[in-house]
Design a protein around this ligand. Sequence first.
Ligand code: HEC
Length: 158
Amino acid sequence: MKIASSILISAAALVLAACGQSGGGAVEDDSPAGQAYSYRHAVMELVAAKNGILGGMARGDIPDDQALFTKAASDLVALSGMVTEGFQTEGIPAMSRSVPEIWSNMSDFEQKAQDFTAAAQAVAAAAQRGDFAGAKELAGEVGPTCGGCHRPYRAAAE
Ligand code: HEC
């Protein structure tokens, strides 16, 4: 019995740790800034998931699947158009890694989002015309546009 309950406690601790790692999304904050954070957090998580499919397939870590790749690329284009909506309400809740410069340099921030959209569009266009090899090559140009925005506008993780 003693062993069983300590396994249960370890499992609960793991679940808690996993929630903490998701960036605090489980913490409810109904303020407008909190809701904006929840929105952009969700968008970024989906962006990372879709980009992970493109990059994973381009690197050969995920088996080739042209249909899955093509869908991920067009999903990424759609998501890229939702990024700036998550920053319409100014505010940096405790769990947020946004920096105030986002709101003082909004046109530059929007440009960084457009750079990301353009890179994703290039991948999607190649995939849609059936150029899978070319699309995988272009997938390597998406990541730098993430970093191009994260470097100036996302604080380093603690
Ligand atoms: C236009 C700017 C911009 C672009 C482009 C961008 N990001 Fe982000 N991203 C941010 C900002 C700002 C944050 C921090 C948001 C916050 O915590 O308030 C962030 C947060 C994240 C997070 C952490 C999510 C969380 O809340 O824990 C992930 C993962 C992420 N981005 C992945 C990506 C990937 C992958 C790409 C490219 C495919 C990308 N981002 C493109 C600005 C951007």
